[in-house]
Design a protein around this ligand. Structure first.
Ligand SMILES: NC(=O)c1ccc[n+]([C@@H]2O[C@H](COP(=O)([O-])OP(=O)(O)OC[C@H]3O[C@@H](n4cnc5c(N)ncnc54)[C@H](OP(=O)(O)O)[C@@H]3O)[C@@H](O)[C@H]2O)c1
Length: 307
């Protein structure tokens, strides 16, 4: 039976991928976690070469989805060496182990490989990252494609989806400030109205990844670089307004017309998704419906981790 290893299955995206594969395929799925694993997940530190090789040898997967990374730009900016260890060196290591085994590897990258000055970005456009996170992810892309020709980089923009804590996603991370701003006598919450984002729902990405895995299972793996993005442009101010509406909160939000983050971020990295669209792949759940589902589930289930 076709076997898929999902490395980083305890994270925001990895959980959605495991859920999609478990619900929609008969395949054998081997999820791994590092610090937040459940009983059904193997513990794997991707910085440990021996452990990575032993895992791939033992499990012998046909495909590997690599969703483990350091994805927080501020953390990468403060410790670029630690970011490289995960976002570059570990990618090369997993790709080498996969090549030995003949497995296809899908590794997740980001719209932050671009500088955000000339959207939309096609897959062949020249990257020019503005921060340490973007640099490390771009190097990780190159490490993957240099190491194996049976590999795909999938670039994604800002993600949101089922969470185990508000701050797991930069979208739901706005919720505490939105709610607090609606309290009597509270100050308005400042929200970035400068950068345009394309929030993308993790179950939709998981759907795309399943379609890509199907191609691999059929012996026609998609390789090189692909991109997938939601198609609703929004600033964080717009996102906050729509979340406030979904929550029924009379939020007081203050639009910030210029960037306020210490870590430089691109203004608009809209990713062109036409390679996958041409292959007939993709699904886009409307933001308002998706965010309502995420908020409702989190309010109902609290911090239960369901992987
Ligand atoms: N989130 C976004 O908005 C966004 C946007 C664009 C692209 N991406 C990319 O999408 C991918 C998934 O991101 P995400 O948001 O799902 O990240 P996340 O929620 O932070 O999850 C990161 C995953 O990496 C695992 N991990 C961390 N250190 C590890 C180590 N040393 N060895 C093995 N696993 C380790 C974590 O495991 P434990 O928690 O068990 O330690 C977790 O499963 C990343 O490549 C990211 O760069 C994310």
């Amino acid at each position: 039976m076709f076997k898929v290893a999902v490395i980083g299955a305890s994270g925001l995206l990895g959980r959605a991928v495991v859920r999609e594969l478990a619900a929609e395929t008969p395949w054998q799925v081997v999820p791994t976690a590092f610090r937040h694993g459940g009983p059904q997940q193997a513990v794997l530190d991707v910085r440990d070469a021996q452990a990575v090789n032993a895992f791939v040898e033992r499990e012998a997967p046909d495909a590997i989805v690599l969703a483990a990374a350091e994805r927080r730009p501020d953390v990468c900016e403060h410790d670029p060496a630690a970011a490289r260890a995960l976002n570059v060196d570990a990618v090369r290591r997993v790709a080498a182990a996969a090549r030995q085994r003949g497995a296809w590897v899908l590794s997740i990258s980001t719209d932050y490989v671009f500088d955000g000055t000339q959207p939309p970005y096609r897959i062949g456009d020249t990257p020019n990252p503005l921060n340490a996170y973007g640099h490390s992810k771009l190097e990780g892309e190159r490490a993957l494609l240099e190491t194996s020709d049976k590999a795909l980089v999938l670039r994604l923009p800002l993600l949101y989806g089922p969470i185990v804590g508000w701050h797991e996603s930069a979208v739901t991370g706005l919720v505490p400030a939105i709610i607090a701003s609606g309290e009597p006598g509270a100050q308005a919450a400042p929200m970035d109205a400068w950068a345009t984002r394309y929030p993308t729902f993790t179950p939709d990405v998981a759907f795309v990844i399943r379609e890509l895995l199907l191609r691999c299972a059929d012996g026609e793996p998609v390789c090189g670089v692909a991109q997938w993005s939601g198609d609703e442009p929004m600033t964080k101010y717009d996102i906050a307004q729509r979340i406030a509406q979904a929550l029924g909160v009379e939020a007081r939000l203050l639009a910030q017309p210029s960037p306020t983050d210490a870590t430089p971020r691109p203004r608009d990295c809209h990713l062109d998704s036409s390679r996958l669209e041409t292959l007939g792949m993709g699904r886009r759940t409307p933001f308002d419906a998706a965010i309502r589902a995420v908020l409702d589930a989190f309010m109902r289930d609290g911090t239960q981790r369901s992987v």
